[in-house]
Design a protein around this ligand. Structure first.
Ligand code: CO
Length: 136
């Protein structure tokens, strides 16, 4: 059911500044930058080695969920993401157990991934993302 940790999402005010920190100062490799207009974010994926990544998230406007997070909490860890092999099955199972889901149906993420968020009230206070990668 669960494949492994996929990424940790970090909310940042400026993606360009965050890339300078993670790539240039910390030495990580930048894998790609994506604009997700529906979610009003611009994201950069940074390789943390192996299959694990760091996702830097910059709000595209002040209505973005990331903008609201930055307003109340400031920059920092926003969510963690676990890869699953069948996101529909995992969501159905969690729903059956009464888990609070932000997304009852998966939405499209970057790079053809299907993603869904689980509400922090069901996870001891941390936003959790489920990720199913496209099958080859
Ligand atoms: Co994410």
């Amino acid at each position: 059911m669960f494949v492994g940790m996929d990424h940790v999402g970090v909310a940042v005010k400026s993606l360009d500044d965050a890339i300078r920190v993670y790539r240039d100062a910390l030495g990580f490799e930048l894998k790609g930058i994506h604009v997700l207009t529906e979610r009003k974010v611009r994201v950069a994926f940074i390789s943390a080695g192996g299959k694990t990544q760091i996702e830097l998230l910059e709000p595209l406007d002040s209505n973005s969920a990331i903008a609201k997070f930055l307003e109340t909490r400031g920059e920092g860890i926003h969510h963690f993401a676990v890869e699953v092999d069948n996101i529909d099955a995992v969501l159905a199972e969690m729903k059956k157990k009464g888990v609070a889901l932000i997304d009852e149906q998966p939405q499209m993420g970057a790079e053809g991934k299907r993603i869904a968020f689980v509400h922090p009230k069901s996870t001891k206070g941390v936003l959790m993302e489920l990720v199913e990668k496209p099958k080859r």
